[in-house]
Design a protein around this ligand. Structure first.
Ligand code: ATP
Ligand code: MG
Length: 333
């Protein structure tokens, strides 16, 4: 079986965007691929986090993984910091990458700009070296594919460059991964500014739908979503980003095409679009929330994560040792 690695950063709790753009695909992939899915807590601390909040976000994301349908018997699901090799290989990769190439990462440019304005100029060095840790996440498991949104493609390309560099300079230790951009490039947009991506770390709670939002919250957020004054329901990302985003959400939740979605709203108004979209979301999240409630206070999640970490540690430590050998870091070999 081919391998895949992916993760969600607990810099907030899971959004509808994370689910529709990532987790939903993981569920579909888990029979065909050997999946390694983790809660990326070491990535989360690249921006300042409050301890209790971080812990809560980690627990919610992990529990949601299982509530959404990830099967601990099929996939390896764990918490990143439980597998020390991530940080260890991340350090080694830091020494093999350059300031120049890391400076070109657009995520760093965006996030450091945000940190500069909201964090009063406080830009953690980890924000800059984040891509080398992500490269370690992928290379430790010889992943063939990395299912990511378009926003992460550049990081996978850097991972390939680093792997090739080390393979050529030392010895063939790494599998070269390929980005697997989710089919039809699903990208859920911010409800208040539909020209930008819906992000869990957004400072505007009204702009994002969370997987644990109540039906009332979902209805009110969708009702307040920014549209336009044209009053015509059609799909046009450039001129009608808000309406198009609702159509995207509706069509994925209903498992129909955009064309079919547009047809459904013939002779209907924005109020109908919003009501039906909210209902479609609620239909998707309700059963997940039911399972979440059952799992959240059981010991199952912790057991599954421990088993996942054990499995991941076996594979990751072996790879780390190979890399250390290749670089001459092991005293005897
Ligand atoms: P942050 O704001 O902290 O970066 P995020 O919402 O972008 O949070 P990530 O943890 O960076 O979430 O990404 C987890 C996965 O979800 C990735 O595969 C990413 O491509 C995907 N993803 C994130 N946001 C969206 C979105 N709005 N639409 C579709 N996929 C998304
Ligand atoms: Mg992100």
């Amino acid at each position: 079986k081919k391998r895949m690695v992916s993760a969600i950063t607990p810099s907030g709790t899971m959004t509808l965007g994370n689910y529709l753009g990532a987790v939903k695909h993981f569920i579909d992939f888990q029979d065909e691929y050997e999946m390694f899915i983790f809660v990326a807590n070491l990535h989360a601390i690249t921006i300042p986090q409050e301890k209790e909040k971080l812990r809560k976000n980690m627990k919610e994301i992990a529990t949601l993984y299982f509530a959404c349908g990830l099967d601990p018997h099929k996939s390896t699901i764990f918490v990143q910091s439980d597998v020390m090799a991530h940080a260890q290989l991340g350090w080694i990769l830091n020494t093999q990458s350059t300031i120049g190439e890391l400076s070109r990462m657009s995520q760093f440019k965006d996030k450091s700009k945000k940190a500069e304005t909201t964090g009063k100029g406080y830009i953690p060095a980890g924000l800059f070296t984040y891509p080398t840790l992500m490269a370690a996440d992928i290379l430790l498991y010889d992943a063939n594919f990395v299912p990511v949104g378009v926003d992460q493609k550049q990081h996978v390309e850097l991972t390939r460059d680093l792997a090739e560099r080390i393979n050529n300079k030392y010895s063939d230790v790494f599998t070269i991964p390929e980005p697997l951009i989710t089919e039809n490039k699903i990208k859920i947009m911010d409800l208040q500014d539909p020209t930008k991506k819906m992000s869990k770390s957004s400072d505007n709670p009204k702009a994002i739908i969370l997987m644990l939002d109540t039906p009332e919250m979902i209805k009110s957020k969708i009702k307040a979503a920014l549209t336009d004054s044209e009053g015509i329901i059609k799909y046009d990302i450039v001129n009608k980003p808000g309406v198009s985003n609702l159509l995207t959400i509706y069509s994925i939740c209903k498992n129909i095409t955009i064309k079919e979605a547009v047809k459904n709203f013939e002779n209907k108004n924005y109020g109908d679009l919003k009501n039906e979209t909210a209902e479609a979301i609620i239909e998707i999240v309700s059963p997940i929330q039911e399972k979440f409630k059952k799992l959240y206070n059981s010991s199952d999640v912790e057991d599954w994560l421990n088993n996942g970490a054990n499995k991941a540690n076996l594979i990751a430590n072996k790879k780390l040792n190979k890399v250390q050998n290749a670089l001459g870091l092991n005293f005897n070999r």
